[in-house]
Design a protein around this ligand. Structure first.
Ligand code: NAD
Ligand code: UDP
Length: 345
């Protein structure tokens, strides 16, 4: 399926008309901003498999063409190279906003662009949703809670965020995006859905993503030192990607009265040192574990309270850490044998 550019360079029209959509029994026209990224590519695949017409919009800053290349087999998939910081127009029924680098090393590489993406990007997509009457989903984050004083984190907790530290471009950007989503909902009646995602991992992460699970697995497979930042006693709760995407779909299908924000994550809580030990065991690696300085403002502990997701969506994760790690290790082993863990394309 191809896209032709309409009169302005930021407006796109689909070649299909509604008759064709009906004939193909396509249910919805769905825009996935950030669709070439780790979570976005999984989401696009699930939506395509369910029979939807999916447009992936991405600036390929951290997304990879190889993540979405296999999706071209679906005749209902299309790709637009575009930065959400620029306005856009497209006929659409549902929008997922996943566009934003998620790894601290990536979002801190150009923090001003990260804030622009979080805030101006969200504004542009909300204006699109308001214009087209589309339902819109925001990939918010557990970073809303910063270095939390409440444990586990519940949605009603307002968080403990440093507003000018190195993580602020992301944390405050995502907080402002939540503000915009609720103001569009209150002022313009836009149908919004906000999920707060806790650390998620799995196949299609970049080998150079920089987040802890991919770092540890790649280091273990290469026999390189496994780098624990700080003492390794800080905790995270790791959710396997398939569970997370299942949560996204349930949130999007929920009644308009359910806006969120809702936590999505696996409540199993692990110290980073424990994660390193599990990766060493599962890979059979001889890597040494070494310690490096803890980055500024690194949250000390994190675990989602998922009572709201269980009660409202009937959602809870099903994949245990060891099982999800094993599948992720197989993915990176495949990459290693195909090449030397290349990072582009
Ligand atoms: P990712 O970096 O793999 O994917 C982000 C995608 O957005 C990439 O394809 C990138 O090229 C694209 N992108 C970035 N800036 C853009 C822009 N200005 N315009 C268009 N496209 C742009 O990250 P991910 O792990 O897949 O995360 C997806 C979303 O989920 C992000 O919004 C992130 O903040 C959120 N999230 C993820 C996690 C997690 O653990 N994976 C946790 C909390 C929140
Ligand atoms: N971390 C680590 N070694 C690495 C990468 C990360 O010890 O190679 C730590 C990091 O300091 C943090 C935790 O692992 O305490 C999770 O980091 P990640 O970047 O994956 O996510 P976030 O900090 O955003 O939750």
């Amino acid at each position: 399926m191809y896209l032709r550019k309409a009169s302005t360079n930021t407006s796109f029209e689909l070649d299909n008309d509604s008759d064709l959509l009906r004939r193909r029994k396509i249910q919805k026209r769905i825009l996935v901003a950030g669709g070439a990224g780790f979570l976005g590519a999984h989401l696009c695949e699930r939506l395509l498999a369910a029979g939807h017409q999916v447009t992936c919009l991405d600036n390929f800053s951290t997304g990879l063409r190889r993540n979405i290349a296999p999706l071209q087999r679906f005749g209902t998939f299309s790709i637009i190279a575009h930065d959400i910081v620029q306005p856009m127009d497209i006929e659409v029924d549902e929008i997922y906003n996943l566009a934003c680098p998620a790894s601290p090393s990536h979002y801190q590489a150009d923090p001003i662009q990260t804030t622009r993406t979080c805030v101006i990007g969200a504004l542009n997509l909300l204006e699109l949703a308001a214009r087209r009457g589309a339902r819109i989903f925001q990939a918010s984050t557990s970073e809303i809670y910063g270095d939390p004083h409440i444990h586990p984190q519940v949605e009603s907790y307002w968080g403990n965020v440093n507003p000018f530290g190195p993580r602020a471009c992301y944390d405050e950007g995502k907080r402002c995006a939540e503000t915009l989503f609720f103001d569009f909902h209150r002022m313009h009646g836009v149908d919004v859905k906000i999920v707060r995602i806790f650390n998620t991992y799995g196949p299609r992460m970049r080998p150079d993503d920089g987040r802890v699970v991919s770092n540890f697995i790649v280091q273990a497979l290469k026999g390189a030192d496994i780098t624990i930042y700080g003492d390794g006693l800080q905790t995270r709760s790791f959710c396997f990607v398939d569970d997370m995407i299942d949560g996204f779909l349930r949130v999007m299908a929920s009644p308009p009265s359910f806006t969120g924000p809702v936590n999505l994550g696996n409540p199993g809580e692990f110290m980073i040192g424990e994660l390193a030990a599990q990766v060493v065991e599962l890979t059979g690696s001889r890597s040494r574990i070494v310690h490096r300085p803890l980055p500024a403002d690194d949250p000390r502990q994190r675990r989602p309270d998922i009572s709201l997701a269980i009660g409202e969506l009937g959602w809870r994760p099903t994949v245990a850490l060891a099982e999800g790690l094993a599948e992720t290790i197989r993915y990176f082993e495949g990459l290693l044998t195909r090449s030397t863990l290349e990072t582009r394309e």
